[in-house]
Design a protein around this ligand. Sequence first.
Ligand code: C5P
Length: 218
Amino acid sequence: DSIPVITIDGPTASGKGTVAQRVAEALHFHYLDSGALYRLTALSALRARVALDDEPALAQTAAGMRPSFRDGNVLLDDVDVSTDIRAEEVGNAASKIAALPAVRRALVDLQLRFRQAPGLIADGRDMGTVIFPDACLKVFLTASAEARAERRYKQLIDKGFSANINDLLKDLNERDARDANRAVAPLRPAEGAYLLDTSNLTVNQAVEQVLGWYAAVR
Ligand code: C5P
């Protein structure tokens, strides 16, 4: 496939989403928020009261979804669920079901379909390692747990959710451990990935760094 892909993987609340969207805008590329697909699956499962360890039923839930993405919003059956999928409860459920191989398999095709001209920025945990191994640029974005907890706190408050910074830090560490230690598609830098620690970087600086790397490989 000659359509260029830039992958940005990293732990939760590392700033991937913001950086990836800004890079996509700058290059006029499409944008895949793969975490949103796991969150959508989790939301659908919670609503349908599917048990979070019923792997076949969860895979069916994932395969049966017909989400659409419009102007940065996520719709499920024509209802905007962009806010609902950001709730911590949904994020935690997403991280649990993301450890199930059948769920991951059920979401592969949906992710591959985002690869459209003139190019794609894909953000997640396994974009460079599993879904787009032939990406022309792979970035692994990190930030300290404290910096990430603070960002997640601000995000939630801005969206009108209540939040507690210590609970967030605990959740974040649990989710990191689950993402990094699972048997399928564990979170780790892809071979050849550029590491970017954003703890002390502004969004602009991180975006400029990624664009600079891309300019060098394109
Ligand atoms: O990135 P975000 O926090 O929205 O992702 C929600 C959850 O989905 C993560 O905690 C992770 O467990 C899972 N995920 C994944 N693979 C991806 C993207 C997200 O396992 N490519």
